[in-house]
Each structure stands twice: as structure tokens, then as C-alpha cells.
Design a protein around this ligand. Sequence first.
Ligand SMILES: Cc1cc2nc3c(=O)[nH]c(=O)nc-3n(C[C@H](O)[C@H](O)[C@H](O)COP(=O)(O)O)c2cc1C
Length: 407
Amino acid sequence: MERVSAPTLDTTNTARVAAPVLPPLQIGPIRVDTPVVLAPMAGVTNKAFRTLCREAGASVGEDPGLYVAEMVTSRALVERNTEALRIVTFGADESPRSAQVYGVDPATVREAVRIIVAEDRADHVDLNFGCPVPKVTRRGGGAALPWKRDLFAAIVRGAVEAARPYGVPVTVKMRKGIDDDHLTYLEAGRIAEGLGVAAVALHARTAAQHYSGTADWSAIARLKETVTRVPVLGNGDIWSAEDALRMVEETGCDGVVVGRGCQGRPWLFADLAAAFAGRPERVRPGLRDVAETVFRHGELMIDYFDGDEGKGMRDLRKHMAWYLKGYAVGGDSRRALAMVSTLDELRTLLDALDLDAPYPGEAAEGQRGRAGSPKTPHLPYGWLDSRELDAEHSERLREAELSVSGG
Ligand SMILES: Cc1cc2nc3c(=O)[nH]c(=O)nc-3n(C[C@H](O)[C@H](O)[C@H](O)COP(=O)(O)O)c2cc1C
């Protein structure tokens, strides 16, 4: 892929290049030289997509960072559901292997973590407390859960205890809280740190914000002041390597977590690795390189689904609009690619594009993926009345795990 010096694209970037380069991120026994984490994204960060991100990160000769698998629900894993087990599969050369567990019941989460570590399925387990989806928070799960500090503590404690004998670090990923009047992150950070997690990550939005507006990076700075014994990772609205450096400068966080910014742009991890090494080069692919990445993504998808071409292609479809954002590709081609069903068809459609089209600059950059508007969080009746879990809410929570779909 063509590489160009960032200063030709962004004159303010010359100063950024001199930005402080962080020390390696230490997550328990795992040392991550480039303090960059691929955010877990349900339906996105499976083995296929992680492979592309890892290859990009490694392409600049730097340590590739940490690449977290999409979340797996604890109950599905304990029940050994086929798709759940597929989620916690990793590339033969993938190291560290990073899994994320979502759960609402301490015993089930403990057992899910025990399965992961005792069966040597991953080297790192992250716990997801960030899901804002109404059907989850309505039952007290996701981003609503840390409000019940006893339940939050019980889940984290169980996971840490299950992983400890195997030397596997457990981390926590959360949002700021339910809404601006019900913030939980500072307390949750303190609780998690006290219970022995190896790092905490903050998506600096409330559940009420969903993916709207901008992430409040000042909250990351506050969390960094509060949690002092383990790394604090900042998350939210990193669309470029320059954003990542700026987040570190502004918040003092120990590493960054990148989600939507790499959707359709796995090469962002090359930019991030270069930037954290203090280097100016950035990947600016023309359409031919994008097409090659899409095709390789397709092949990896089929492999991920054990050779099931239809399944692989269906899963690839959602990535098309992200890959093509800003590029000179007509509506008909976009529609056909978004309905592709075989690898041969994918090849034909990609070959028919104007592959000499150059990198489109700003049109391919900036915000992408989920956005939307704020939503009043749906919560169980009386949820906010107490910070401790009562029997009635405990019963409702059982259903919260069935409908979860992300963070
Ligand atoms: C499609 C999608 C799926 C997601 N799935 C998860 C998930 O499985 N676990 C999780 O903790 N967060 C999940 N998230 C939240 C992201 O990890 C991240 O916190 C959020 O997108 C904010 O970071 P960003 O601004 O870099 O995208 C998801 C986000 C998106 C857009």
C-alpha cells in the first residue's frame, strides 16, 4: 500500500509526531509495546477482521498491540453453544489471545472465565459493562449494571478469582454510567482496581448517549486520577492516529481503545503503530489496495466459518459500506457488493471497479459506523432507588443476557 507522510495531509501533524511516546502497556503479565487496543465489537472483531488489523499493525515493524475478540455471553459459553465457542477462536499466531465476556450472573461469569482459562482458550479476559441497548438495560444488564455495586463487584471478583490460578489478567470495560445524573465509572473503577483487575477501559459516554454526540475525554482524565495502580485505557471517537495521540496528551491515559474508526480501515492499526513509535508515515490506500483487502477479508471470513462460503459472504456484506466510504464507487456497484454471495462474485465485482482511483482524502476519514441520537435509558422499575440488588431485580436480570448484542 502506498504510504505518504502525514504532514502532507495535515500540517498540524508535524507537531504531533513529536508527541510523547507512551511506555509499553502492561496488562498483568502481558506487555503490549504499542499501547493500542482493538475494541471488542460484536459482529465485527472476529478472527478474520482481527487478522487484518494485526497484519496492519505489524506491517510497520512495531508490536501490533492488543486485539480483543467480539464479546461472548457467559451463559452461551457455559452451555458450549457452537457460535459462542467460535467467537473464542484465535489465529494460530495470535498472541496475546484476548477474549471478552458479557454476563450478569456472577456464578455464570465465573464459570465462563474458568472455561476460557482452564481450557487455555485465551491469554486475557475483558469484562463488558458497556452495552447501552434498551432491551439489555431494561433488565438491568450492560451499562446499567454497575449501578448495583454489589452485583458489579461480585461479577468482577468471580472472574478475577477464576482467572488468577492460571495467571490470566482480567480487565473491565465500561461506560461513564447510566446518564449524567447517574455516573458509575469512578466508583466502578475503584472497585475493580481493588478486586485485582489488570486494567480498566472507559468508553467516555453514558448509556443515555448511546453513540451520539462526542465522547467526554475529560472523564478519562478523571478516571486516570482515580485509578492509580493499574493502567487506564481511553475509548471513544478515535478516528485517526492523530486523535489517539491527542487523547493520550489530553487525558494522560495509558493506552487507547479503537472501535468504529477501524471499521473498513484495518490499516488504521499501521497508522497507530507508527504514530506511537513517533513516526509520521500513514497508510493512504487507493481503491486497488482496498479491493485487495476486501477480498482477503472475504477469504478469511469463509475460513472463519469453516468453509461456509454463504455465511462468510453474508457476514462480509456489512463491511462493504465502511470499506468504500469516500471512494469513487457508483451506487450499483455498492449495492451489488452489499449483496455478494460467493467469492467468485466478489472477485468479479471488485475487478469491475475503477481500481486506479486514488485515496480520496478526507472523504474516507472522520466518523464512521454507529452514531444515532441520545435515548432515555430503559431500566427495570425502581432500579435507581438503591445501589444494591434486591431479589426482584435479580430475577429480571436473568433475562438480560439473552438479548445482548454489543457495547
Ligand atoms: C458494532 C459495534 C459492536 C460493539 N460490540 C461491543 C462488544 O461486543 N463489547 C464491548 O465492550 N463494546 C462493544 N462495542 C463498543 C466499542 O467497543 C466501543 O466502546 C465504542 O464503539 C466506542 O469506541 P469508538 O468511538 O472507538 O467506536 C461495540 C460497538 C460497535 C459500533
